[in-house]
Structures are given as structure tokens and as C-alpha cells.
Ligand binder design. Structure first.
Ligand SMILES: NC(=O)c1ccc[n+]([C@@H]2O[C@H](COP(=O)([O-])OP(=O)(O)OC[C@H]3O[C@@H](n4cnc5c(N)ncnc54)[C@H](OP(=O)(O)O)[C@@H]3O)[C@@H](O)[C@H]2O)c1
Length: 395
């Protein structure tokens, strides 16, 4: 019997308790022995929960109990979560987490601490919720040079863009609806400004390219600039607008990263990923394209990934799982203009010269696709009026 603790009994933490309980037999078979939930740390009590008797409020209870070998951090944030994770690792406990903010900002430090104390620090649930992506990227695709990672990594923004596209509705109206339905937070900034997708991209790039990529180093634009007019032009041309997080290795070895709304041709593998679903398209130089698709969030889907990590730790209880990446100053990152791209540009007036004109969709406006070029050059193309919107095209 291996004893485990959950820190944070919210959406993900309660899902982890439920999965450990209802799938106990299959988990025991795969882990080699049963995993027993001993403690649940939270600020509140949960008198109506079937796990009420496991709830504690003092972190030190977990830290000082040597029988607890596995800890799932499901609190979120980088304050108490970082402190508790550090102390669990230092106390010789394996830690798994769903917290992308923590991993994107402090992953390297926590992985080093795990190595020092011969335990594992795993975070499959931090990218793509229930989608297995980090372990396949580092294990199954380990023999590849990863040349491109393209992801729809945020369900809230994908839901909003899908609704805007299907209903011709404006961004603000769809955001309000999404908040009423619980698909968007009361404070949606981390999602709609692209920061959540950026954190997940950093974790993917860290693992794929072996050097730290920090959120503040990645040019990031969210979806607030996507309008109903853009959706109308895209639809008339058979194109889709998606928030794409992309990390690409350039021929000179530098890594190019960006989060931005992109236009995708209808036949692109990510074009039909709609609603709250996530997908990651990985290109390896041996395997070619591999697509990972599934639920990027939600109680049980995210718990599925957390429990998968707990099982991995349980199977290697006396061993440190050696994943990680080197620190760095970002000198291996390429500026955004290092990758020439085609650009969608919408203007009030005639289309820009030298571009492919999109079918008319909005009276008094035009839209076109430029040839491949840096963004700055696209904005200087001779034309009738300044750009109202400009987004890259994902080929
Ligand atoms: N929800 C998802 O679908 C999803 C998917 C993938 C990843 N994640 C990530 O998973 C993490 C948890 O998300 P969630 O949606 O489960 O959040 P949540 O529902 O807000 O749950 C967090 C829980 O942790 C508790 N908590 C916060 N600080 C604590 C502390 N210092 N000591 C003890 N308990 C504390 C909270 O208590 P109070 O409520 O009293 O503050 C709450 O019960 C986040 O990092 C999130 O980004 C979530």
C-alpha cells in the first residue's frame, strides 16, 4: 500500500480523489500495489464529501508523515504551491501537479530539487488537461528532433472563437455567455490574453528543446482583437481562426515561439478542433506529424493525467525520473520576425497590392493574404488604408 496526499480539493483535486477511489483496482494493478489516499489539504472543510475525514488544514501534517510517498499538488498559483512542493520534494516525496503556472515559471528549479532528493516531479496535467502529451513527447518521441509544435492549448478561447465563427456573434457577447455557462472565469484575462496558452507552450518547448523558455520571452497575443468581421472574411474564404501556440526549431537551431490568433486553411489538422477541446500537432524529423486531441480541462479529464503521473511515481518509488531542461538566458530564442509567414490583413478600403484578395464579406472593407514575409514588412505593403486586423496564416 502506497500512501498519497492531495493538496487543494477544488475541481482537479476532488477529481483525483474520485478517480483514485473508483478506479482503485485497475490503478493498483498498474502501480504494482494499491495507492491509498491518506490526506487532503485544503483551507476549507467539506462536511458533505465522502472524503471529509481525510481533510486537514496543516501542510506540516503531510510534510512530517514519512508514510506519505506521493503528493498531488492541485491548489494552483505560485505562492503556497511553490513553497509546499519544494518542501515535499525536500522531504523525499514524489510530487505531481496540474499547475502550469508553477511549472512554466519554476519547473527547472523544482526538477533540480527533485533530482537532488532522488524523487520525481511530474506534471502531465499541466498541458492539455487529460491529453497525454508530455510523456509521449519526452519518451515515445524521444528519438526525434522535434521541429514544430502547434497547439490549441486553451479551451476557453477555442470555445469563444468557435461560437463567434458559428453564430457570427461579437467577442464580448460570446465571452459573457461563456462566463454564464462556466466555460470562462469571472476574471478571464489569463485565458483571453493568451497567457494560459503561453505557459503551456513554454512547458512543451522546455521539454522538446531542452532549454528554459520563460513566458515573458514569448510574444503573446490573445483573442480580444478578433472581430466578427474577421470571422466573416475567414468563413467566406473557407478559413478558420484559432488561437495557436507554436514553438518551432529554425534551421539555424534557434527556437521560435509565439502565441497568436492564426488563420488556418479548412484542411489543416487543427482547423476542425472546436469548442472546449484542445489539440497539439507535433512534427518529429523521424515520425513526421503526430496529432494529440482531447479534453484540455475538466475535473475527471485532468484528474486522469494527475493519476497517471501518480502511478508512474508509484512504479518507480525508489528512483528519480530524469526529465528536465537546462537554464538559459534566452539567447537561443529567435525573434518573431525570424520566421517569414503569410499574413491575413483586413483594411477599410481596397485590398493591399501584391496579395491574394479574399472574397468580399463586409461592406466597405477588404481582406487579403500576403506572400511570406516578416510582420513589419506586411504592415508596410502599399495599400489604401491602415490594417484593422493582422494575423499570421498557419500553413
Ligand atoms: N480546472 C481545470 O479543468 C484544470 C485543468 C488543468 C489544470 N488545472 C490547474 O490545476 C490547478 C487547480 O485548478 P482547480 O480548477 O482545481 O482550482 P480550484 O477549483 O480553485 O481548486 C483549488 C483548491 O485549492 C485550495 N487552496 C488554495 N490555496 C490553498 C492553500 N494555501 N492551502 C490549502 N488549500 C488551498 C482552494 O481553496 P479555496 O477555494 O478555499 O481557495 C481550492 O479548494 C490550477 O493550477 C489550474 O491551473 C485546472
Amino acid at each position: 500500500m502506497i500512501q498519497a496526499a492531495i493538496m487543494g480539493f477544488g475541481t482537479v483535486g476532488s477529481g483525483v480523489a474520485e478517480v483514485l477511489d473508483k478506479n482503485a483496482a485497475v490503478i493498483a494493478r498498474r502501480a504494482g500495489e494499491p495507492i491509498e489516499l491518506k490526506y487532503i489539504l485544503d483551507l476549507r472543510d467539506f462536511p458533505d464529501s465522502p472524503y471529509a475525514d481525510k481533510v486537514i488544514h496543516q501542510f506540516e501534517t503531510i510534510e512530517s508523515d514519512p508514510s506519505v510517498r506521493l503528493v498531488a499538488e492541485c491548489m494552483g498559483g505560485v505562492g503556497a504551491a511553490r513553497n509546499f512542493v519544494r518542501r515535499c520534494l525536500a522531504a523525499g516525496k514524489h510530487v505531481v501537479t496540474s499547475n502550469k503556472e508553477l511549472v512554466a515559471a519554476h519547473g527547472q528549479e523544482l526538477l533540480e530539487l527533485a533530482r537532488e532528493h532522488h524523487v520525481s516531479f511530474l506534471f502531465e496535467a499541466s498541458v492539455g488537461g487529460g491529453i497525454p502529451i508530455l510523456r509521449p513527447l519526452t519518451d515515445d518521441l524521444g528519438g526525434n528532433v522535434i521541429t514544430d509544435i502547434c497547439g490549441i492549448l486553451n479551451g476557453t478561447t477555442n470555445y469563444i472563437l468557435t461560437k463567434m465563427s458559428r453564430e457570427g456573434a461579437a467577442f464580448d457577447a460570446v465571452l459573457r455567455q461563456a462566463q454564464q455557462m462556466g466555460y470562462a472565469e469571472a476574471n478571464p484575462a489569463a485565458d483571453i490574453d493568451g497567457h494560459d496558452a503561453c505557459r503551456k507552450l513554454c512547458i512543451l518547448a522546455d521539454l522538446a528543446y531542452g532549454r528554459a523558455v520563460l513566458p515573458e520571452q514569448v510574444p503573446t497575443a490573445g483573442i480580444t482583437s478578433v472581430t466578427a468581421e474577421d470571422m466573416a472574411f475567414a468563413a467566406a474564404a473557407g478559413l478558420h481562426i484559432k488561437l495557436i501556440a507554436r514553438a518551432k526549431q529554425l534551421p539555424d537551431g534557434r527556437v521560435w515561439c509565439c502565441v497568436s490568433p492564426h488563420l488556418l486553411p479548412g484542411e489543416h489538422l487543427l482547423a476542425s478542433v472546436d469548442g472546449v477541446f484542445n489539440a497539439v500537432l507535433v512534427h518529429g524529423n523521424a515520425v513526421d506529424d503526430v496529432l494529440f486531441y482531447g479534453r484540455g480541462a475538466g475535473k475527471l479529464a485532468t484528474a486522469s493525467a494527475v493519476v497517471g503521473d501518480l502511478i508512474d511515481c508509484a512504479r518507480h518509488l525508489d528512483r528519480h525520473k530524469d526529465i528536465g531542461w537546462a537554464a538559459g538566458d534566452g539567447s537561443y530564442l529567435a525573434p518573431v520576425d525570424a520566421l517569414p509567414q503569410r499574413w491575413y490583413i483586413r483594411t477599410a478600403g481596397a485590398p493591399l497590392s501584391g496579395c491574394t484578395v479574399l472574397p468580399a464579406a463586409v461592406p466597405g472593407q477588404s481582406a487579403c493574404l500576403t506572400p511570406p514575409m516578416p510582420r513589419a514588412a506586411a504592415l508596410e505593403l502599399p495599400g489604401s488604408a491602415p490594417a484593422l486586423s493582422i494575423f499570421p496564416v498557419l500553413e
